[in-house]
Design a protein around this ligand. Structure first.
Ligand code: ARG
Ligand code: GLU
Length: 715
């Protein structure tokens, strides 16, 4: 008897070691791999309810929001829910000192108040298909990488042409498991998406960058949009005559709340993970890439923050840029800590030793896999310095707004016809208006100075842009003087100079831009990027891809009991797990949910990020939570669960065992951010905004009850 119990227990341990909530699964393959395990863990629906081409299913309620987030349909009138930080750029773009929607929030009280967002789209997945056979058709083991890539490219074009139905659908084919498998995705994109509601930043971004990536968390990170379509319910450019889109499926919202241990599932578009990285790859990230990128960004943030704190105008101008830079700066810090604590390099090395032994134990295997790890080592050694230079180039210089603005003119030299150029100038002017709205010359000058210094100090002479040679030649090493000079000379550094130049655009304008120091710098940097860096890096990466393709094949042969999930690649995935708490460090325990009490504990009118809006303070005082309170009468705000998520899962619906919406995913815990490289079931948690808090804010705080009435709410 005793022995039996022992065997059962140890079997359970082995099983959970294999599954333990890790993984981002392909919806098409649920039946084959995961649905049974999901159901065992409490899920009540079938694989067909999640993904099907024969019936309306959950997948029809999920969209790609913009370029890098997820959103979900929450009414039969095209209403979609996503994160505040996903709508942030749009909310910011509609904001000015007069209408500061960032600070005050925005609520359309009727359909005609909903705000159009040129350039914003949402994308539905119509269907997906395994096309591995067709993509790899005609490819043999003997083909070298260049030939292989060419053949794959040709096959992909062919499949794309066969499957694009008129112009409405977009066909995308992506490699999985480093090109061991290929899947095709047919997408339909809606281009008229309007802003319906956003809470003030003091709710939607509560805790700001201080709380970002952190638990306990109290951010009401949501915003609401609506999809519009033409009369046939098909995609159309913005038009007054468009009507709210009628979805095949929208999510029901559960008011039942969550308990520790409840089944949860996240459905969305995780961007990228690197689970199969070798120890060399992890080392490059931990020891080289991350520390340098962290330093560069820390500098940028420090400069921006000083200017933003000193002026409301600059704060509004730079808030979106600041948030963008701060986000991954902090993520990389957490990632490095997490990898270190996990002993990730050591763990990878152990796996590699095991792999090597396994390969050498058999003559055929040895031939195929025996040299793999040595080859990895060699290529990474060669790659590391180039990759680091690329980090400096893209983080310090190419990402600067001034440099990117100059890049807008990259086609200017091709104009020889005055009329055509004058026409194009309208577009340049429009771009410039957008750019200067969020641009402050003194701030930019400080940022640029600091980045020139860092780049000069850290990067080999071979990769220095020609313009920088002036620093010694003309300015005796004085970087400030150099920067002042080019800011003075450039016509792109203030709105006045730009407008004067483009007041009467002529062929002369072209030659002025051609000689503009920032235009020259931009071109210089691009040429360094293309000709000195990427030629080499692409070549090394393509050799790495080949090694990884083989490595993953080998790992699958070696670990036959394990189910391998493909790395995230911004295609639709499902992660499932359970509501769960955790111990972040020795002696510290984190509860799995937070409440409005916590918001009040953090309340501090003196700190922008923690200044609770008066209306919310009142609602808290009167405990006016209505039906949105939990059983104890508390207002829940966020919760943690063990779903494996990453960037791109922002805005993803978090669903319960019945497939009902219980929250919106918006972050991970800091201790778990290494999950992009190595998942740790004890430490990795996704952070979800409780749907009841969303509804409470919409209803009680904003008084936008008409939106609640559109939704399907299950009490
Ligand atoms: N960390 C979350 C994500 O990766 C939220 C980001 C919001 N941005 C911010 N700087 N607070 O996207
Ligand atoms: N905030 C992230 C995003 O924008 C999601 C958090 C994560 O990386 O897990 O997608």
């Amino acid at each position: 008897m005793k022995i039996k119990i022992f065997t059962i227990v140890s079997l359970l341990i082995i099983n959970s070691a294999v599954r333990a909530d890790e993984g981002m699964w392909i919806p098409l393959l649920l039946k084959k791999y995961t649905i049974e395990d999901m159901q065992k863990k409490g899920f009540k629906l079938t694989a067909e309810d999640i993904y099907s081409v024969n019936q309306a299913c959950l997948k029809d309620a999920i969209v790609i929001f913009g370029r890098g987030c997820t959103g979900e349909l929450i009414s039969d009138q095209g209403l979609i829910l996503t994160n505040h930080h996903c709508g942030y750029g749009r909310i910011q773009a509609h904001s000015s000192l007069e209408h500061d929607y960032l600070t005050d929030g925005f609520w359309a009280m009727s359909r005609d108040e909903e705000l159009a967002n040129p350039g914003l789209s949402v994308t539905f997945l119509v269907r997906m298909e395994d096309v591995t056979k067709d993509v790899l058709d005609g490819i043999t083991e003997k083909d070298d990488e260049a030939v292989r890539e060419r053949k794959i490219g040709e096959n992909i074009t062919k499949i794309q042409n066969e499957n694009s139905d008129g112009s409405n659908y977009r066909v995308s084919i992506k490699p999985f498991y480093y090109g061991n498998e290929y899947y095709m995705f047919i997408y339909e994109e809606y281009r008229d998406v309007r802003l319906v509601g956003a809470p003030p930043s003091s709710i939607g971004k509560f805790g700001g960058d201080t709380d970002n990536w952190m638990w306990p968390r109290h951010t009401g990170d949501f915003s609401i949009f609506r999809i519009y379509a033409n009369k046939e319910n098909k995609p159309a450019d913005y038009s007054k005559d468009n009507v709210p889109y009628k979805p095949k499926k929208h999510l029901s919202i559960s008011m039942k709340g969550i308990n520790k241990g409840d089944f949860t599932m996240v459905f969305g578009y995780p961007g990228s993970t690197e689970q199969y990285l070798t120890s060399h790859g992890v080392k490059m990230i931990m020891d080289d890439s991350n520390p340098h990128k962290i330093n560069i960004r820390a500098k940028l943030l420090e400069i921006m923050k000083t200017d933003m704190d000193a002026s409301d105008k600059v704060r509004i101008q730079y808030s979106s840029k600041y948030a963008g830079i701060a986000n991954y700066w902090k993520k990389w810090i957490g990632e490095n800590k997490g990898l270190k604590k996990l002993n990730a390099i050591r763990k990878k090395e152990q796996l590699e030793m095991e792999f090597q032994k396994w390969a050498e134990a058999d003559r055929k295997r040895n031939e195929k896999y025996g040299r793999l790890l040595t080859d990895f080592g060699k290529i990474y050694k060669e790659l590391t310095p180039y990759s680091l230079t690329l980090d400096y180039l893209s983080e310090a210089l190419l990402s600067l707004d001034m440099v990117r603005f100059a890049g807008n003119f990259r086609e200017i030299e091709s104009f020889t016809d005055k009329e055509a150029f004058i026409k194009q100038s309208e577009q340049y002017k429009a771009q410039a208006a957008g750019f200067f709205k969020d641009f402050n010359t003194p701030t930019c000058k400080k940022l640029f100075t600091s980045m020139v210094r860092i780049y000069r100090d850290s990067v080999d002479a071979e990769f220095q842009p020609g313009l920088f040679s002036q620093i010694d030649a003309k300015f005796k090493g004085n970087i400030d003087a150099f920067v002042s000079d080019i800011f003075e000379k450039s016509n792109l550094t203030t709105e006045e100079k730009f407008n004067m130049l483009f007041e009467k655009p002529s062929l002369k304008t072209i030659s002025v831009i051609k000689n503009d120091p920032f235009y020259i710098l931009y071109n210089d940097l691009v040429s360094i990027y293309r000709n000195k860096l990427m030629l080499k890096i692409d070549m090394l990466n393509s050799r790495l891809d080949k090694l990884y393709r083989l490595y993953v094949t080998g790992l699958k042969e070696m670990q036959t009991e394990k189910i391998f999930y493909p790395d995230a690649n911004f295609t639709m995935r499902i992660a499932y797990g359970k509501v769960d708490d955790y111990f972040p460090t020795d002696g510290v325990f984190y509860e799995h949910f937070t409440t409005l009490e916590g918001i009040m504990e953090k309340d501090n009118p003196l700190i922008y990020d923690y200044d609770v809006p008066d209306k919310l303070r009142e609602l808290y005082k009167s405990k006016d939570y209505g039906r949105y309170a939990d059983k104890e009468g508390k207002m829940r705000v966020c919760f943690t669960a063990s779903n494996h998520t990453t960037g791109g899962n922002s805005g993803s619906p978090v669903l319960n065992a019945n497939g009902e919406l219980i929250g919106v995913n918006f972050d991970r815990n800091w201790e778990g951010t290494m999950s992009d490289i190595m998942y740790n079931p004890d430490q990795c948690r996704n952070i979800t905004l409780d749907i009841r808090y969303v509804l409470f804010i919409v209803d009680k705080f904003a008084g936008a009850t008409h939106l609640i009435n559109e939704m399907t709410i299950i009490e």
